[in-house]
Design a protein around this ligand. Sequence first.
Ligand SMILES: *Cc1c(COP(=O)(O)O)cnc(C)c1O
Length: 370
Amino acid sequence: MGSRIAVTRSSMPSFDEYTDEIRDLWESHWLTNAGAKHEKLRELLKEYLGVENIALFTNGHMAIELTLQALGLTEGEVITSPFTFVSTTHAIVRSGLTPVFCDIDPDDFTMNTSKIESLITDKTVAILPIHVYGNICRIEEIQDIANRHGLKVIYDAAHTFGETYKGRGIGSYGDVSCFSFHATKVYNTIEGGAACFKDPSLDKKLAQVRDFGIVDEEIISYVGPNAKMHEFSAAMGICNLRHVDDEIAKRGKVSERYRERLENVPGSRLSPVQKDVKPNHAYFPVVFDEALFGATRDEVFEALGKNGIGARKYFYPIITELDCYKGIYDPSETPEAQRISRRILTLPMYADLSLTDVDRICDIISGCRA
Ligand SMILES: *Cc1c(COP(=O)(O)O)cnc(C)c1O
């Protein structure tokens, strides 16, 4: 048995690079509340992501939740997908809104746009689609539907840091696009997140809601939590941003090797290469079709585990099957999401994963067929 391989590994700058970056915090003693590092990171990210407006948060979840609050969406229905990380739905429910679940397209795992309109009612206020694994949604179709029905579009763009669609930063689509800078994502600020938005008037509102709703010392206008990004996180973000293009290129090599090794294996289906998209290789999902492959997803997961290799059943179960939502929503209403979630596995993926290790992982997977 070779050495253990985790499903992911957080990107970090060198120790010296980080300590150089945080040195001036010992002079300023300004640790949070839109300090110098925060403001610098904001400018750098605007440029890197190709967006006009951006607000930073403690994490990606708060970016989504407080976007709903800042848009004034406090009641009604939000059309979303159950094939996501639990954060997306929690943000809707915790805001007092009702999620309405749209099924996914089994080919790229994003929202099936042909099903959206039948879910729209007079209570619908927004569409909250997810760019899954770096696969981007059918952006034009979603925008057309939203325009026709007067709905807001908020993208959960947690998986798509650094991607472009038709040459434009992915964060520039929709009314708002929310990123996560969690340690396990392509780009991290340890914990962190951002909302990129079209309407510049949201800037002030988002800054207020993420700081208890404080407008000034004597005026508190909203019931907001504390969700500000602090200086040490922003400093990590400044450092990691210097290396993210390299990291994405290295992930590209890993992805390429997986593809070469797995694309002709019967019964293992890979994520599509999308047209007009500059990818970030955030994840490497494989859908195992037992009848053709000769083993189930769970058998592959266990075989990898026995060899010290961490894969992830991501996303499984779907949101509507989770304890906290069970019995409230009907998982069988989104059969494709349910079917895919039982067959999909994301393989180890990070910049420093060696091609030798990728080969070892692929050998084990192929071995499951026997
Ligand atoms: C990571 C993630 C989030 C939440 O981001 P945090 O920074 O962990 O709060 C939301 N949605 C999706 C799809 C994610 O992968």
